[in-house]
Design a protein around this ligand. Structure first.
Ligand code: HEC
Ligand code: HEC
Ligand code: HEC
Ligand code: HEC
Ligand code: HEC
Length: 406
């Protein structure tokens, strides 16, 4: 009995041995497969797909010369080695305009001005140039701060033009252009910066006032430097900027930056513009028209001179023009937060039941705050302000008949 049991046991051991070896082989095969799969990255499949597509569309001879293996565009001047063309093999081919990505011919016009050999891919698109895995290359991975500015991100931020975000990258080079073909959002934002007079409160490219922070390198500000306490949903520099443009007080209750009632699209455009204001150390030949500074147009310069040197100079020097126009002295307010000071003589009387002199020496309401915190004026300066406002009012009225000839 015992003997038999031992025999049985031995048989079991034998069977177990067989089982174990079989398992071993299976595990080996599985590991091999995993390794094989690991070492056959997606890009190999895309390259095989591309070769098949070329064979079908263009002919087998061309398919035979499709390069294989990792491909990259190396641009020394930009310190870039972009491997996007490992998958996007068709960018410079003719005849693949209507095939699916990643094989399609690149839109041509843009590459005529910016040849791939000189600009690579990521200078416009963003993303991780050296990655060869799609998610990583397109940069939609955690902790990657410069994701590809493509459709997926545009979708995420609910942009009406999903591809528009890339224009931020265009404008790191084109920042001093008044307008650039192909960057509609940025052009619109540049127009708004002029029309709304942001420079009354902000230095931009070395010119402007100091009520708000200098915005010249606003794009350098890291996402962690913003306060997200009052932002619901996703936290990024872009969401902060866009929400701030929609309603500055909602994020910074004490701010004097006005709510310009921007549409969502305008707020996004402005967010893109200020985020494109980054430092670059590009060689001169990468800067359009070799332009390295912001040259005001004749009209802008004329307006700035008229305001700061004309009869309304007092109101510019003392920052009243940030909030008030003085229409008869050629002062155009950036934000129109307060009333036109050319009418103050009459308006103060009817609104406060006090003379202008009385009001301005002992102001109430907003001006009490402004003159005790933001702008400090001596008694003489207050008297000068009153005299200037009286003068502005005189210019508003038609000249009295009797006194006009003397
Ligand atoms: C591993 C292969 C692979 C690599 C590497 C790769 N891509 Fe792609 N790309 C694809 C595929 C596949 C698609 C189409 C599917 C999709 O859009 O998700 C695509 C789509 C795109 C699109 C159109 C969709 C959009 O979001 O706007 C752009 C632009 C693009 N790639 C740019 C790049 C750039 C720039 C790089 C280099 C930084 C790059 N790709 C690297 C595979 C790749
Ligand atoms: C000078 C800027 C610039 C460079 C450099 C550039 N692209 Fe583009 N790319 C564009 C523009 C602009 C579009 C068109 C976007 C649109 O339709 O609004 C585009 C479109 C694409 C698309 C089609 C996506 C779509 O929106 O349908 C892909 C893919 C793409 N580029 C990949 C690349 C790759 C890969 C490289 C490098 C070999 C590259 N690009 C270099 C500007 C550039
Ligand atoms: C790395 C810097 C750089 C980037 C990024 C860049 N450009 Fe340019 N772009 C240039 C330079 C330099 C020229 C002038 C080329 C020449 O001498 O003709 C130029 C020329 C142009 C022109 C022709 C008009 C002109 O001023 O000569 C247009 C339009 C243009 N770019 C649009 C774009 C758009 C749209 C994008 C983004 C998709 C873009 N650029 C991205 C540097 C750049
Ligand atoms: C009446 C003055 C005033 C005007 C006009 C004004 N701003 Fe501001 N802005 C401020 C002040 C003050 C702050 C700082 C407090 C805050 O964040 O709101 C600020 C903050 C900002 C910030 C955030 C800076 C940061 O990183 O904290 C941006 C960007 C900005 N302004 C852009 C603009 C643009 C663009 C315009 C024109 C459309 C404009 N501002 C008009 C006063 C102004
Ligand atoms: C930050 C914005 C701001 C600045 C800067 C500012 N003001 Fe005002 N001011 C206002 C507002 C808002 C009112 C409307 C007051 C109210 O209704 O309480 C006002 C009202 C006035 C009034 C009364 C006008 C009327 O028609 O009722 C005078 C006068 C005046 N400001 C003069 C000045 C002068 C002079 C300066 C420069 C030294 C100046 N303000 C700077 C915001 C400003």
């Amino acid at each position: 009995m015992d003997h038999k049991t031992i025999k049985d046991k031995l048989a079991f051991v034998k069977r177990d041995k067989l089982f174990v070896s079989l398992m071993g082989i299976a595990v080996l095969l599985l590991t091999g497969f995993i390794f094989y799969d690991y070492f056959t990255p997606d890009w190999k499949q895309y390259q095989a797909g591309f070769r098949a597509l070329v064979a079908e569309r263009i002919g087998p001879e061309r398919a035979a010369v499709v390069p294989s293996g990792l491909q990259q565009v190396y641009v020394q001047a930009l310190a870039k080695a972009d491997r996007c063309i490992t998958c996007h093999q068709g960018v410079e081919w003719k005849g693949l305009e209507n095939v699916p990505e990643p094989f399609r011919t690149h839109p041509k016009e843009i590459l005529e001005k910016h040849p791939i050999a000189k600009f690579a891919c990521t200078s416009c698109h963003g993303g991780q140039g050296y990655a060869t895995d799609m998610q990583a290359a397109h940069g939609l991975v955690e902790h990657w701060e410069e994701p590809m500015l493509g459709k997926e991100l545009g979708d995420f931020y609910v942009m009406s033009d999903k591809k528009a975000l890339m224009q931020m990258n265009c404008n790191t080079c084109h920042r001093y252009d008044k307008e650039t073909k192909g960057t509609g959002y940025i052009n619109r934002a540049k127009e708004l910066v002029n029309a709304k007079g942001c420079r009354a409160c902000h230095v931009i490219n070395g010119r402007g006032g100091t009520v708000g922070p200098d915005l010249t390198w606003e794009g350098e500000k890291a996402p962690e430097q913003f306060n997200y306490e009052r932002i619901k949903g996703f936290h990024s520099a872009f969401t902060w900027q866009a929400s701030h443009f929609k309603n500055p007080k909602e994020l910074v209750p004490e701010t004097v930056m006005p709510n310009f009632n921007f549409s969502s699209m305008d707020a996004q455009a402005l967010a893109m513009l200020v985020m494109s204001w980054k430092k670059t150390n590009l060689p001169l030949e990468y800067l359009p028209n070799h332009n390295i500074r912001d040259i005001p147009t004749a009209a802008e310069r004329e307006k700035e001179e008229r305001m700061s040197q004309g009869p309304g100079a007092f109101f510019v020097k003392n920052q009243c023009f940030v909030c008030h126009s003085v229409s008869t002295l050629g002062i155009d307010a950036a934000a129109q937060i307060g009333p036109d000071l050319a009418l103050a003589v009459e308006d103060v009387q009817s609104r406060f039941g006090r003379t202008l002199d009385d009001f301005f020496m002992r102001p109430t309401g907003t001006m009490e705050v402004v003159l005790s915190t933001m702008i400090s004026l001596t008694t003489e300066q207050r008297q000068e302000a009153i005299a200037k406002m009286r003068h502005a009012y005189e210019l508003k009225k038609p000249p009295p008949q009797a006194q006009s000839q003397k």
